[in-house]
Ligand binder design. Structure first.
Ligand SMILES: Cc1cc2nc3c(=O)[nH]c(=O)nc-3n(C[C@H](O)[C@H](O)[C@H](O)COP(=O)(O)OP(=O)(O)OC[C@H]3O[C@@H](n4cnc5c(N)ncnc54)[C@H](O)[C@@H]3O)c2cc1C
Length: 394
């Protein structure tokens, strides 16, 4: 670092912060990025199992949770998925679509990390730097750190949420927001496995496609039984809406009608036993479990009473669980909550009450669904806040 005065200082070198740096540099701003860890983009590196699911072809505000569901709309309009994919093509970054519109790096998350770092060349970086104070005096922000003091006309806070604490997360964004008199919404774990009082441990490790629902929201994806309860994308998605006391609905065989199928089989396949019939749709273990839970013996399908058929139908299509909790921040992919969006401009991410102060990424009360929506919002908000620096010059 050769200076201590910048047009913009970005606190947090994650997906949103690095994108903000790249975007502000395009406008010839002087940029300093501060991070309390020793490397940038650590969450991006482990995202999507190392292949970074960075966006989704089905992009809309419906995939985001916030106290203000409309807030994200402007950002999604300003930062376009197909434009970004063209930019990836131009830079020879290979990606591919997996199920449900999810776009992953084809080789490794490192491809997109290298791209972002290349785009942010020209910024100064200060790693392993702890901020001891952040104040605004006479329209200039003063940041004191263990590596010196810095001034800037604007500050972008991109310190993320508090999930995966081993990556060195902090509450910096919400604490700073509070110090400046802004409202915050408490963080809670989201995209997180759910705990059951009596988990189905005999099925731990078993996964299959199903439909989960909570209130009016429903998701088609894989369900995974664990030693503590339930996980898999179908449960992670539901978990972001789940509150203590809520019941989660699970259709174990979506888009089929087991009652109708049994009625047909009863006439055409009279010798078939119910366990081998269920094995047409589930593993032997799951078939055992269904019969155990419904207290039905492995009799011929023809011997099933109407009551037993109703029991099977209800169990398979209307299975419910009442989780006792979630697996906490250690296993949550993201956080719900953060800086209240009411405090921010949806067009620029600047705090309405504190000109020059911006909050972006997971630090604000926008939680994306599983499927590339969180990194996408981090990118979009970073790009926009970085671009909006044109009026601020120190
Ligand atoms: C295991 C895992 C897999 C994921 N996979 C995906 C995926 O495939 N697709 C997807 O869309 N999302 C995924 N996510 C979520 C996604 O990674 C995050 O939502 C996204 O990275 C948030 O970006 P951000 O810039 O807001 O915050 P972060 O990427 O968390 O960056 C915050 C930065 O701020 C720094 N920082 C924190 N506190 C301070 C402080 N006090 N002072 C200075 N610096 C500080 C941190 O060191 C970090 O560098 C995944 C998350 C996890 C945990």
């Amino acid at each position: 670092m050769t200076r201590n005065k910048y047009d913009v200082i970005i606190i947090g070198a994650g997906a949103s912060g690095i994108m903000a740096a790249a975007s502000a540099l395009k406008d010839n701003k002087t940029v300093l990025v501060i991070d309390n860890q020793d490397t940038p983009l650590r969450k991006v590196k482990i995202s999507g199992g190392g292949r970074c699911n960075f966006t989704n072809l089905d992009m809309s505000a419906d995939h985001y949770i916030s106290e203000n569901p409309h807030f994200v709309k402007s950002a999604l309009k300003q930062f376009d998925v197909s434009d970004f994919l063209q930019e990836m093509d131009k830079n020879n970054i290979q990606y591919h679509e997996r199920k449900l519109g999810q776009i992953f790096c084809k080789n490794s998350a490192t491809d997109i990390i290298d791209y972002l770092l290349d785009q942010s060349k020209g910024a100064d970086f200060s790693f392993t730097t702890d901020i001891t104070s952040l104040k605004k005096n006479n329209n200039i922000f003063e940041i004191k750190t263990n590596s010196g003091s810095f001034n800037s006309a604007s500050v972008i806070i991109s310190t993320g949420g508090i999930s995966f604490p081993n990556l060195g997360v902090s509450n910096f964004a919400v604490e700073t927001a509070k110090n400046f008199g802004l409202n915050v919404i408490d963080f809670t774990p989201a995209l997180v496995p759910l705990r059951l009082e009596n988990p189905y441990t005999e099925l731990a490790g078993t996964a299959f496609p199903c439909k989960t629902s909570i209130g009016k929201k429903f998701f088609y994806d894989n369900l995974l039984f664990t030693h503590n309860g339930l996980s898999g994308p179908a449960i992670l998605k539901v978990s972001s809406y789940w509150r203590k006391g809520d019941t989660v609905g699970i259709d174990l065989l979506p888009n089929m009608n087991i009652k109708q199928i049994i009625d047909q089989e009863k006439t055409s396949n009279i010798k078939q036993r119910i366990h081998s019939f269920l094995k047409n749709y589930f593993t032997a273990k799951v078939a055992n479990w269904i019969l155990y839970e419904t207290d039905i013996d492995n009799i011929n399908i023809q011997g099933l009473s109407n009551n037993q058929i109703d029991l099977l139908h209800n169990f398979i299509h209307f299975f419910t669980v009442k989780p006792v909790g979630d697996m906490g921040y250690d296993m949550a992919e993201i956080c719900r909550g953060g800086v209240d969006t009411k405090e921010l401009s949806s067009k620029t991410f600047e705090a309405n009450k504190v000109p020059g102060l911006y909050f972006i990424g997971e630090a604000i009360d926008i939680a994306g669904n599983l499927g590339g929506y969180n990194i996408w919002f981090a990118f979009a908000s970073g790009f926009i806040a970085g671009k909006c620096q044109s009026n601020n010059k120190s």
